[in-house]
Ligand binder design. Structure first.
Ligand SMILES: C[S@@+](CC[C@H](N)C(=O)[O-])C[C@H]1O[C@@H](n2cnc3c(N)ncnc32)[C@H](O)[C@@H]1O
Length: 202
């Protein structure tokens, strides 16, 4: 078992940005697609339920090695861009020949080099994890999605605490989005569950 899978299973991720980048840069070249990670398939399936237009422009935020885009193309989507800060993961995403545009950037409260209202929908899959991203990035993600467009994301049981729910509600109170769907995914990663949400940008 690779050190990365062991750390993933133990939820024992590095806690610094450099550590996380190194973790994914090292893991990317050997990351097998069938390692028991069904999250991208679930995310793409939910996008297909919420967006029926296959010409829709979709942002795959924290795209990693491109598993989400791979699943989206199987469902007929073809206009997909991606952002991640792991250069080694982005190399693999590029090799897939799927993405229109790949951006190497930190995702957080910083302003991304993307125009307002650029996308019909956005997926953030497997990235709301300890030491990775937090909900403070959401206003930036909402900014780049067109009103009415879905933002689909997931979170594991450990991360979904009272503060997480309160922070989601705060964005509703601010009038930035409304809840559109929720599903408990039983086997998201290594047969462990995750909570999947979809919010509609206002
Ligand atoms: C578990 S992987 C998920 C990748 C992909 N979304 C998938 O489902 O296959 C998490 C990804 O988030 C990226 N990441 C974590 N924190 C980040 C940050 N602050 N800015 C940009 N990318 C980040 C990592 O480089 C990694 O590619």
């Amino acid at each position: 078992m690779s050190a990365q899978i062991r750390l993933c299973k133990e939820r024992n991720f590095p806690q610094t940005e450099e550590g996380i980048k190194q973790f994914y840069d090292e893991w990317a070249p050997t990351l097998p697609e069938e390692e028991g990670y069904t999250g991208p398939r679930w995310a793409a399936a939910t996008m297909a339920k919420l967006l029926t237009n296959k010409d829709a422009e979709i942002m795959d935020m924290a795209c990693g090695t491109g598993l989400v885009a791979h699943e989206l193309t199987k469902l007929g989507f073809k206009n997909i861009d991606g952002v991640d800060f792991s250069t080694e993961s982005l190399k693999l995403s590029k090799e897939r020949g799927i993405y229109r545009r790949l951006i190497c950037a930190h995702i957080g409260t910083n302003k991304l080099d993307i125009q307002d209202n650029s996308y019909d929908g956005l997926i953030l899959c497997g990235a709301l994890v300890s030491g990775h991203l937090y909900l403070d990035c959401m206003p930036q993600l909402i900014r780049i999605v067109k009103p009415g467009g879905p933002i689909i994301f997931d979170v594991d049981a450990e991360f979904k605490d009272g503060k997480f729910e309160a922070d989601l509600d705060e964005l509703v109170r601010k009038g930035l989005w409304v809840k559109e769907a929720y599903e408990l995914i039983p086997d998201f990663v290594f047969n462990e569950p995750a909570h999947q949400y979809a919010y509609k940008v206002l």
